[in-house]
Design a protein. Sequence first.
Length: 420
Amino acid sequence: MILFAFLQRLFALGSLAIFAVAAWLLWRWYDAWHVSETLGFVGPSNAPLWWGAGLMAFSLLGRFPMLMLLGRSEAGARARRADASEIAGADGSVLHVEQEGAAQGPILLFTHGWGLSSRIWAEARADLGSRFGLVFWDLAGLGRSGRATAGYSLDGFAEDLHAVIDSLPEDRPVVLVGHSIGGMTVQTFCARHPELLDRRIAAIVLENTTHTNPLETMVLSRVFRSLQPVIELACKLDTILSPALWVMNWQAYLSGSTHLAARLAGFGTRPTREQLDRTARLITKNSPAVQARGNLAMLRWSVTDRLPRIDVPAVIFVGGRDLITKDHAGEAIAAALPQARLVRVDDAGHMGPVERSAFYNEQIGDFAEFVRLLRSRPAALSRRSFLSPDADLAPPAPKDNERDDRPRPDLSAHPSARPI
């Protein structure tokens, strides 16, 4: 989310400047009015009052017109809470975990993107909970999880994920679903624990994620890669200035500047107002210091040379309008994994699992059904059959600008296959 962090900071400074100008205009009008009242002069012009009041209203209430402008009024799923528990992370930190959904069959374990929390998965909760067990957790330092006690790293996140997996019933297959840094966490976990693949872990789903330093796979990567020392210095400064930045970020949220940054960097289509506000709010609520440390961790990470070790059925989503993680990152992952299928959503941005949730969740649901059949009747289905040239998962017909670049297995003839 480094691109978003850059735009958020840029727009937040602009929003703060508007607030400062508004305060100066109001003070200027008040001072002139006070002097005129004291000395009996003719009252000052009210122009600074009106301009100051208008700019102040925008800096504190601009979120509402910005949502009207940038988002759709369409109603959708809203974030809700499920049965929650706290477990110990790998370093002893407290991890917030929520469980819901079906009591039988595969468990879908969701890991969110950086700066967000498990609240981002509202659509997945609504679409998939009736068919599968769902588990959501907050990465250390984000949402309701406690801060990491041993520092922030992808290896640490992967071991926290391991702790969450160990807390789940052993008799149910687990499908790992990761978005952005969540996908990086899933890849790191699988590379560190290949012995669990195809045993404890039945399959993985990677959404809009990369396999290396995110500066290498974002828009204008050459520019940002050359600026990596500056970006690292800025992240270190963020950890020092965190309290001031937290106040500034909330002012930017109220003004709608954070929503503009989220819309430009995160979404490829026009999201609903609730989706846009949810994304902006979650990023604003989380500590700037924690987010900066996580960004530093991403800049020092790569799993590229370990991808061939991740030998488990995998679905890789890429967004054609994703600026934070360009589609070639997902393509490289799909090419390197032994059992991967690429799903391209041409009009999705980095927040594709939110803005194009219906399509993403349809594909995940069909894939999880395949995993269910594969685990229950291994003799009937080859574990690699979903890669065969004439295979087809028989999903719902893709919507406009949505296509699947890899063939999938035909399950329709199987006696226990669920009609689509």
